[in-house]
Design a binder for this molecule. Structure first.
Ligand code: SF4
Length: 343
């Protein structure tokens, strides 16, 4: 299978054919391409939840403004304790996650946290509210290496229904924000579609188009794509569109073939057996030992999780599984360089 220049029409054809034989060929090609580009390696990371306070009304999320969960935003000291707790388990790639709350999770707050935990980790990314280019530059100066911002769905009508209130209700603002992060020259950019909101084949096509635009414009950044499926959460949301395990495998293979050099992330939203099974399809990054509530690593008080996790294995257990499967678990592949001081 020649994958060097797959056009959108080629990708559509790859997505539409659902035969067993076709999927088998896709899986083999995706595996070969991944080993060629990334070796047999899987980068491990962990999310650290800073806050579950949010002004948005995303229907599918346990943190949405209407949810009755106990709210919590970590202090700087509590955030440091979380990072210490997760780095003691081996993690060096950390993703700071927070609901979108302009005052409680402000730019200033995030810069303080980033500069406070920076020296303890190798790579530091954020998955928080969108900022403009100037804001991202400030975050980079404070020590942030990467920005993750999922569009959630590329179907504008579904987007409108799923995001009825709050700043996130503006579809175009999210696309502009990840572009701004690229303009600020963040080292890592992460995008994704939340699977289960709309037709997965159309989401795959749109995700690939978005990724290619970003790659073309922000060629200095490393791009990753994520394929999270909706999970149970406090809002009791049910998936409006089904994405089976087979669909997910199909999507991952096509993403790999269309985006040969992009990282592909499979998180602990998926069960352990499925994550083990999907390893050879093109996955390059996995979270491990995650919790999705603020303070969850260093304090067992339940402040409400964003969604239910399916793979509860410890980081060590995931690393052992990877080695058994012939992969190198990568705890660190990045060394922080203070760009502000080096300018
Ligand atoms: S998905 Fe993000 S923005 Fe939406 S309610 Fe949840 S935390 Fe807030």
């Amino acid at each position: 299978m020649n994958t060097s220049q797959l056009t959108i029409c080629d990708i559509e054809r790859l997505l539409c054919n659902d035969s067993e034989q076709h999927l088998e060929r896709l899986a083999q090609a995706a595996h070969q391409l991944t080993v060629q580009r990334f070796g047999r390696t899987i980068k491990l990371y962990a999310p650290v939840y800073l806050s579950n306070e949010c002004i948005n009304g995303c229907l599918y999320c346990g943190f949405n403004a209407n949810s009755t969960i106990t709210r919590k935003t970590l202090s700087v000291d509590e955030a440091i304790a979380e990072v210490v707790a997760i780095t003691e388990k081996g993690h060096r790639h950390i993703l700071l996650v927070a609901g979108e709350h302009p005052t409680k999770v402000s730019l200033d707050y995030l810069c303080k946290i980033a500069s406070s935990v920076r020296e303890r980790v190798s790579a530091l990314s954020i998955e928080v509210q969108p900022f403009d280019e100037m804001g991202y530059r400030q975050l980079i100066d404070a020590g942030v290496d990467g920005v993750t911002l999922y569009q959630e769905t590329y179907n504008k009508n579904v987007y409108k229904t799923m995001h009825p209130t709050g700043q996130k209700s503006v579809y175009g603002a999210r696309l502009e924000a990840i572009d701004s992060a690229g303009c600020a020259a963040t080292t890592f950019l992460g995008i994704g579609a939340l699977l289960g909101l709309s037709d997965w084949r159309k989401e795959t096509l749109a995700l690939i188009s978005h990724a290619r635009e970003l790659l073309k414009k922000h060629w200095r950044s490393h791009l990753t794509v994520s394929v999270p499926r909706i999970r149970d959460c406090a809002s009791g949301f049910n998936m409006p569109s089904t994405v089976t395990d087979r669909d997910l495998a199909h999507m991952i293979c096509v993403l790999r073939l269309a985006l040969p050099d992009c990282g592909i992330i499979l998180s602990t939203r998926e069960p352990a057996e499925l994550r083990n099974k999907f390893l050879p399809l093109g996955i390059t990054q996995m979270s491990a030992g995650s919790v999705t509530s603020p303070g969850g690593y260093s304090n067992s008080n339940d402040t409400g999780e964003q969604f239910h996790l399916e793979d509860n294995r410890s980081p060590d257990t995931v690393a052992y599984m990877l080695k058994q499967a012939g992969y190198d678990p990568i705890w660190k592949d990045w060394e922080y360089c203070n760009r502000k001081e080096n300018r």
